[in-house]
Design a protein around this ligand. Structure first.
Ligand SMILES: Nc1ncnc2c1ncn2[C@@H]1O[C@H](COP(=O)(O)OP(=O)(O)OP(=O)(O)O)[C@@H](O)[C@H]1O
Length: 337
């Protein structure tokens, strides 16, 4: 999948061009998954999946085991045929224009294979020689991007799993792809390795302006690594969310926790209940808190009413639910990991 990347093409797609090019780069999706379906026998493993990825985004493809993540990724990179739909990479159809589409993808779908008795550098050099249009100078650029400078002349057999994974990413980056596609890259890594992987992927997206699609069933991982998640279940798109944006279900509705004197909790609850459109979700008399859900613009009038009732408000905090809370809600309690 790591095809050549001629300088002229790189200029046209890589970002240094004029203002008009910059506008089209930000508005055109780097990757478009357009109604992709994979049927095996009577069963649709992936069912009409549609989503886009834009320049510089780190997007998580999230779903429980068996949701269809690997199948989706294998179709995106052309490893298996899709039953219907299409995938466009920088506007090139993976079905009709495979060679031009695939050259913009760098990917690790299965564990990357390296010669263990050779150094990381020599493995990359071997690869660079075969890849058309990749300069020798690019090797150290990608090595720096994945933080392997100190170990690059050591034999690969001495590398930890995390280092091998990062060497795999370096290899996938050699031909300067527009999008990096990684299937469960943190699988098998220890917590330190996971953290490193996460930090390097974010850095690569930022410094290279590259988009990254990464699959995982680990919610907590995706929350820390991605700017957006595409959630699938049973092959279908369940939801797409910006990380930190849990507002789509209740436009402008907020959950806030109000801190009060312990003695005022009952009065605050009654006062809040008198307001139309405010729902009291929880009272904690021992902690002196009342949690309510209300439209954001009603917060000042609630505070006014509480003051009028001689309830002193010490703090109003937004209650943020984690992606995991949200996911459990979307899937009706189907836990991912
Ligand atoms: N070649 C195949 N023939 C039949 N069923 C298949 C085939 N490939 C995948 N499946 C089934 O399709 C479903 C989706 O599999 P897939 O590997 O894409 O899911 P996944 O989300 O990547 O899961 P995991 O996290 O477990 O890897 C699973 O139920 C799997 O058993």
């Amino acid at each position: 999948m790591n095809g050549s990347y001629a300088p002229a093409e790189r200029e046209a797609h890589g970002g240094a061009g004029d203002a008009a090019m910059a506008v089209s780069e930000t508005s055109q999706a780097v990757l478009s998954v357009a109604g992709v379906t994979k049927a095996i026998g009577n069963r649709k493993i992936v069912d009409g999946l549609t989503f886009d990825i834009y320049r510089g985004e780190v997007v998580g493809l999230l779903g429980p085991n068996g949701a269809g993540k690997t199948t989706t990724i294998r179709m995106i990179v052309g490893l298996i045929e899709m039953t219907s739909g299409d995938v466009f990479v920088q506007g090139h159809s993976i079905k009709k224009d495979f060679v031009n589409a695939i050259r913009y993808i760098g990917g690790i779908i299965e564990n990357p294979e390296f010669y263990p008795y050779m150094s990381g550098y020599d493995n990359l050099r071997q690869y660079q020689r075969m890849a058309e249009g990749v300069s020798i100078g690019r090797i150290m650029e990608v090595v720096k991007l994945v933080g392997l400078q100190d170990a690059i002349h050591k034999k690969v057999r001495a590398y930890s799993l995390g280092m091998r994974q990062r060497l795999g990413i370096a290899q996938a980056l050699l031909h300067s792809p527009s999008i990096l596609i990684l299937d469960e890259p943190t699988n098998g890594l220890d917590p330190a390795g996971i953290r490193e992987m996460r930090d390097y992927l974010k850095k690569i997206a930022k410094e290279e302006g590259i988009s990254i699609l990464v699959s995982s069933h680990l919610l907590s991982e995706m929350e820390l690594m991605c700017s957006r998640v595409v959630v699938i279940q049973e092959g279908k798109l369940l939801t797409e969310r910006l990380i930190g944006d849990h507002s789509a279900d209740n436009a402008k509705e907020q959950q806030v926790m109000i801190s009060l004197r312990v003695n005022d909790v009952g009065l605050a609850q009654q006062t809040a209940q008198l307001h139309q459109g405010i729902q009291v979700l929880e009272t904690q008399p021992d902690n002196g808190t009342v949690t309510v859900q209300l439209p954001e613009e009603d917060i000042p009038s609630l505070i006014d009413s509480l003051s009028a009732a001689r309830v002193r408000v010490y703090r109003v905090e937004e209650c943020k639910s984690s992606l995991e809370d949200e996911f459990l809600k979307w899937t009706g309690g189907n836990r991912i990991a």
